[in-house]
Design a protein around this ligand. Structure first.
Ligand code: ATP
Length: 683
């Protein structure tokens, strides 16, 4: 060992470097090792890399020599190999072998231990745990995961998580069966990140019991040797297995109840809206939209009617009502028709009613339905108690009506309007009889409330609106002055983030402004949507709204009158066209009748002429004519006759064709009427 000193004169410091020269002691128990002389200097690189093996005795001398003895006995030529490595590479192979043996033994012990623990785990789970599994597409699955995310992961400080910032997925086919949920309460541009459990098992204690929730991957992990927790994130449709220590499933049922209540509490201030989706002939209620509850007070229409409607639904939902219906064999169903011009609050009222009664709202847009089977499937998938909104119910049976109209409008001077209508409605193939069957056929569900909306209730089939299918008809029309006043107050009264919407106005002043505003618009002239649109232009400016309302009402009224006059003109033009078509059809019929008459006359005359000569000859001639052999005779008379016959035949054919066409038309008309009558009759 040498010590070199370096004095730093400037700083008065002394750095001392100690170099230890390790003397390699190679025990050459075997005399053969001397054959390898002269000894080369050991490779310094290897010696430095493996300092613990370069002759430094890791093992005790005794242990080393006994290991060497064993190795010598079991590996032929070991002494020579060992001597070679010791002298040329300065490596102590005996120690290396000992270390490797220890590692190998530990590895196999760990493997054995793992097998034993797996067997133990399997044995414990089989005999000492209860479990419930949940399908990947079940809503409960997401409720459990959400509960874990909110109650376990943060508390336990779980280190392996999955994160997501979006809940709505794209529309591509591969995502078709994935549960899709959209929340309309995060209005931020950037959605917050949610952290949820990933694959593998989440352990937690709930109500003094040990629970395990295992999220099972549908495909194996990306790399076989990689734990599932570190593989790609769950897609959201993986099955779950919930286990708990003990032999009863009751604690798990209790846990699931907790998860459901938690989800309900989270949704308390939201209405769950479910939209129907149909793609590639698959239809289901797959999109869940959580909308903030719309208070029923914010939908303005006849207050008395509103109170009656709410009380009617409340009474229907009462448990005693169901018993009453069941005891008397009355189907437990309720249907309402909300009708009125566009923008009068039909959809808004449906949403508000769903929120008011805490029911999920299922929306089906009837014009988008392509066939009855689709509606049937969707109705079958409805939960026992919910609100189902059938929008634009007047489109039912439109396909047939549209085709009929298009048939009638098959005229050269058609301006295309009718064709457009037919084209637009061609996709709606929901038939009246199909819908009636679904609404109250034998297989129809009980307990749900059907709300139907229409802009043209007059065109609805009486079978559809009969009691039992539609129990109440509610008209939502143009806004009254009183409703406009209430809408004004709703718009400006109240606070936003603790700050009054209209800061400088007292309650009395606001009430006065509301009355002034209401006086500025005509009674039941504008739709609520129009008034709301105007008020939104003056958001936070109640004075401006009250001041400008008269001018707006005049302007808006003028535009509306113009639009009405235009649509009147269009309707009149259409009526005229229809009249012209009828006229033409009448003329055509008269012409045909005349032609048929002339033909009959001609035949009669011919018959009479022939009767003056030889009767037999005339009869033969007539027969010949009838068989089309007139021209074979070659005589002028016959030729003339033949020509005449041809003419007559042509005339007859045309007449027949026309008649056929007419009767075909008539048949079609009759058939349509018959179908209609049948549909009505069926109902
Ligand atoms: N009676 C009303 N009270 C309050 N707001 C209303 C009312 N009617 C309409 N609105 C407002 O007008 C907008 C359109 O309303 P909504 O969609 O409910 O009308 P609709 O009658 O269903 O229309 P459409 O027949 O075109 O579907 C919404 O923003 C809604 O807030």
């Amino acid at each position: 060992m040498t010590t070199s000193g370096l004095r730093n004169r400037d700083h008065g410091l002394t750095l001392t470097t100690t170099t230890t020269t390790t003397t390699t002691t190679t025990k050459n128990n075997n005399s053969n090792t001397t054959d390898f002389a002269p000894r080369a200097m050991p490779s310094p690189g290897i010696a430095n890399l493996l300092p613990q093996l370069n002759g430094t005795p890791i093992l005790g001398e005794e242990a080393r020599s006994s290991i060497q003895d064993i190795l010598k006995r079991i590996i032929p030529g070991w002494a020579a190999i060992d001597a070679f490595y010791s002298s040329w590479l300065n490596l102590d192979l005996t120690t290396l072998a000992a270390v490797l043996t220890v590692f190998g033994t530990v590895g196999s012990a760990v493997r054995d231990l793992r097998d034993v623990s797996l067997k133990l785990y399997w044995w414990i789970t089989t005999f000492f745990t209860a479990s419930i599994s949940i399908n990947g597409n079940d809503r409960l699955n997401r409720e459990v995961i959400n509960w874990l995310g909110a109650n376990v992961l943060t508390r336990q400080g779980t280190r392996i998580l999955t994160a997501s910032s979006e809940t709505i997925n794209n529309d591509s086919w591969s995502w078709r069966y994935r549960p899709v949920e959209r929340t309309d309460y995060h209005h931020e541009k950037r959605l917050p990140v949610t952290y949820l459990p990933t694959f593998g098992t989440t352990w937690f204690i709930h109500k003094y019991r040990l629970f395990m929730v295992k999220r099972i991957p549908k495909t194996s992990a990306y790399r076989a040797d990689m734990p599932e927790e570190f593989a790609s994130a769950p897609r959201g449709d993986e099955p779950l297995v919930i286990m708990c220590l003990g032999r009863s499933v009751d604690p798990i049922k209790g846990f699931l109840d907790t998860c459901r209540s938690f989800a309900d509490a989270q949704r308390e201030s939201f209405t769950t809206v479910r939209a129907a989706r149909s793609e590639y002939n698959m239809e289901c209620w797959d999109t869940t939209i959580l909308r903030p509850i719309r208070p029923i007070e914010t939908v303005h229409f006849d207050e008395k009617l509103k109170a009656e409607l709410v009380s009617d639904i409340r009474s229907y939902l009462d448990v005693s009502t169901r018993k009453f219906y069941n005891a008397r064999g009355i189907p437990y169903r309720r249907g309402y028709l909300l009708h009125g011009p566009p923008g009068t609050g039909k959809t808004s009222l449906s949403l508000a009613l769903a929120g008011h009664f805490g029911l999920d709202l299922y929306i089906l847009h009837i014009p988008s339905v392509r066939e009855d089977r689709e509606v049937e499937k969707l109705f079958t998938a409805l939960p026992p108690q919910c609100l189902i909104l059938l929008e634009d119910i007047d489109a039912v049976g439109m396909k047939r009506r549209a085709l009929k109209d298009a048939d009638e409008a098959d005229d050269s001077d058609s301006d295309g309007d009718d064709d457009d209508v037919a084209e637009r409605l061609t996709h709606c193939r929901c038939t009246l009889s199909g819908l009636l069957n679904i609404l109250d056929g034998v297989a129809a569900q009980e307990g749900r409330i059907v709300l139907m909306t229409s802009n043209v209730a007059d065109s609805l089939d009486p079978a559809l609106v009969r009691p039992g299918r539609i129990d109440r008809i509610i008209y939502l029309g143009e806004i009254s002055r009183e409703s406009a006043r209430l809408m004004f107050l709703r718009m400006y009264d109240g606070e936003e983030d603790g700050v009054s919407v209209v800061r400088d106005k007292s309650g009395a002043e606001l009430a006065a402004l509301a009355s002034e505003f209401a006086a500025g618009i005509a009674e039941r002239y504008f739709t609520p949507a129009q008034v709301q649109g105007f008020l939104l232009r003056y958001r936070g400016d109640a004075v401006g709204a009250a001041r400008e309302v008269r001018r707006w009402a005049e302007e808006e009224g003028r535009v509306m009158e113009e639009a009405r006059a235009k649509s009147r003109r269009v309707a009149e033009a259409r009526a005229r066209r229809k009249e012209r078509r009828k006229e033409r059809r009448r003329a055509r019929k008269a012409e045909d009748a005349e032609r048929a008459l002339a033909l009959a006359e001609r035949r009669k005359r011919k018959g009479a002429g022939a009767g003056g000569g030889d009767n037999e000859e005339a009869n033969e001639e007539a027969e010949g004519e009838e068989e089309g052999q007139g021209e074979i005779n070659g005589t002028k008379e016959c030729k003339v006759n033949g020509e005449k016959k041809g003419e007559a035949e042509n005339g007859e054919m045309t007449g027949r064709e026309e008649e056929k066409k007419e009767s075909g038309e008539k048949e079609n008309g009759d058939k349509s009427e018959a179908v209609e009558a049948k549909e009505n009759g069926e109902t």
